[in-house]
Design a protein around this ligand. Structure first.
Ligand code: C2O
Length: 546
């Protein structure tokens, strides 16, 4: 196995998008940032130097970080931020994961522009479980704001209002030729007739689930979240932010240009979203393609409607592990988390007129009625490891405070979240079953729920209220997919299982950043087990403290 050294300089960089020059925060002046390419078993050593005027941290999304929680990255959870002028070296090893992951800033809304791909190939002498494609292309779907995204979120938290939606979607940082001033920079993906390309599709958008298609072509899905899946064909993908999907695409159409396109899947009723379409071009390079076929306009795929939940769900429920897996059957913690948006009173001391959510309220979000607040004096991991009191409490509830029709139209007086930094404790090796239940206190919405430090099996998903006596029968205990981010369907539920075999403090949150801003998060504290291999490593010497 190799050790890969990288230097990430976080800095302000001028880039031109949608006709104007903007100063954005980048890594090494690149947008998106550098692609990291490794093999399963390799070690990454990434020195992050902060030359920007914001605090920053980097999260290696989906990397298990076994015993190396200090390198996970979410600010105030596993580390204090890297202050301007300071640096921190992340050091971790890829263990048993293959496919596509990505890295992103985990500090305020910086990940809008600070992100990149992490490609993990099989070990030396091992191969993909599918014929080796001629080409591989990472496609990072993103979201672009003409305003500084940090200002967008600051404005929203000051007023309690919903933040502005983005001005464009992007593929590898480019909006594509359907936007003003963007045509000549549209990403071109060349292909020869008959060739196969492995597309590594990442949804790195901040706040939007996205449909993804290529005109007239089908995909064979072979992986997701750095686990292989039982291959299946589809003409449309849907990815929530945080999710990755690896697909094979074969150039089996007449030589021409075909749009690669992504646009919103906005499941919430009345929720504002960017309704534009980002495009790249799949361009046949075959000698058979005369000057004419490349001068004509690209074919455009027919995209699903923005609220096409049937298409989204039929895609997300197709995933299976490639073969039978050992799903843990003895459950130590049977948890039920009600997950959703809500409205709350203005904070004490803030006048009603400054609270710009509906009817003088502010937007909030919670799990089991707790709206998560980050600490500010210590990271939770440091507090856990050193036994520092007062940073978090261990009373995150295993169940919601009361039971009602979660997907029905209930009055918000039934449920107003409290705020807190609450964790749920697990002993090393314990097994967790977690039912994620969407609520519609304010509005029902999909939530891409991401767990740090783990992959989990998705046993089942469905609509309405989870009903154990009816729905347990639907659990796939044979070949459920292994993922790090689950799409909790709008007005529905998802059931996941994992074994707590990685000691540390691990965030569970909705990967729509606006929902984290509103508090849609909690954390698991996983205790050390017995012996070195079950114990969190000591923090690196340069680990940032507050
Ligand atoms: Cu990709 Cu906590 O995030």
């Amino acid at each position: 196995a190799k050790v890969h050294h990288h230097n990430f300089v976080v800095q302000a960089t001028p880039v031109k998008r949608l006709c104007k020059i903007h100063k954005i925060i980048t890594v090494n002046g690149m947008y998106p940032g550098p692609t990291l390419e490794v093999q399963n078993g390799d070690t990454l050593v990434v020195n992050v130097v902060n030359k920007a005027r914001y605090n920053v941290t980097i999260h290696w999304h989906g990397v298990r970080q076994i015993r190396t929680g200090w390198a996970d990255g979410p600010e105030f959870v596993t580390q204090c931020p890297i202050r301007p002028g300071k640096s921190y070296t992340y050091r971790f090893t890829i263990q048993g994961q293959e496919g596509t992951l990505w890295w992103h800033a985990h500090s305020s809304w910086l990940r809008a522009t600070v992100y990149g791909a992490l490609i993990i190939r099989p070990k030396e002498g091992e191969s993909y479980p599918f014929p080796k494609p001629k080409h591989e292309t990472a496609l990072l779907l993103g979201e672009w704001w003409n305003k500084n995204p940090i200002d967008v979120v600051r404005q929203a938290t000051r007023t309690g209002a919903a933040p502005n939606v983005s001005d464009a979607y992007t593929i590898n940082g480019q909006p594509g030729d359907r936007y003003n001033c963007s045509g000549k920079d549209t990403l071109i993906v060349p292909i020869d007739s008959g060739e196969t390309n492995l597309l590594r599709v990442v949804n790195s958008a901040l706040n939007q689930q996205l449909f993804f298609k290529v005109a007239k072509h089908k995909f064979t899905v072979v992986g997701a979240d750095a686990s292989y899946v039982k291959p299946f064909t589809t003409s449309v993908l849907m990815l929530g932010p945080g999710q990755t999907t690896d697909v094979l695409i074969t150039a089996d159409q007449p030589p021409a240009k075909y749009y690669i396109a992504a646009q919103a899947y906005a499941s919430a009723q009345g929720a504002p979203f960017d309704n534009t379409t980002t495009t790249a071009i799949l361009e046949y390079k075959s000698a058979s393609c005369s000057a004419k076929c490349n001068s004509t306009k690209p074919h455009m795929p027919r995209m699903p409607a923005f609220n096409d939940t049937a298409t989204a769900t039929s895609f997300t429920t197709k995933f299976r592990s490639p073969r039978k897996v050992q799903v843990p059957t003895k459950i130590d913690h049977n948890l039920f988390f009600a997950v959703g948006l809500g409205l709350n009173n203005c904070p004490r001391g803030v006048s009603r007129s400054r609270c710009q959510g509906p009817n003088g309220t502010r937007f909030t979000a919670s799990m089991n009625n707790v709206s998560f607040v980050l600490p500010s004096n210590f990271s939770m991991l440091q507090a856990h490891q050193q036994g520092i009191p007062g940073v978090f409490t261990t009373d995150f509830p295993a169940n919601p405070p009361r039971k009602f029709d979660y997907t029905g139209n209930v009055s918000r007086s039934l449920w107003q979240p409290i705020t807190g930094t609450k964790v749920y404790r697990l002993k090393y090796g314990e097994t967790v079953q977690l039912v994620l239940q969407g609520t519609s206190i304010f509005t029902a919405e999909n939530h891409p729920i991401h767990l740090h430090g783990y992959d989990f099996y998705i046993l089942a998903e469905g609509f309405g209220n989870f009903n154990p006596s009816r729905d347990t029968a639907k659990f796939n205990l044979v070949d459920p997919p292994l993922r790090n981010t689950a799409s909790l369907p709008v007005g529905g539920w998802t059931v996941i299982r994992f074994v707590a075999d990685n000691p540390g403090v691990w965030l569970l949150h909705c990967h729509l950043d606006v929902h984290i801003t509103w508090g849609l998060a909690m954390a698991f504290v996983v205790e050390n087990g017995v012996g070195e291999l079950q114990t969190l490593e000591p923090p690196p010497a340069d680990h940032p403290v507050c």
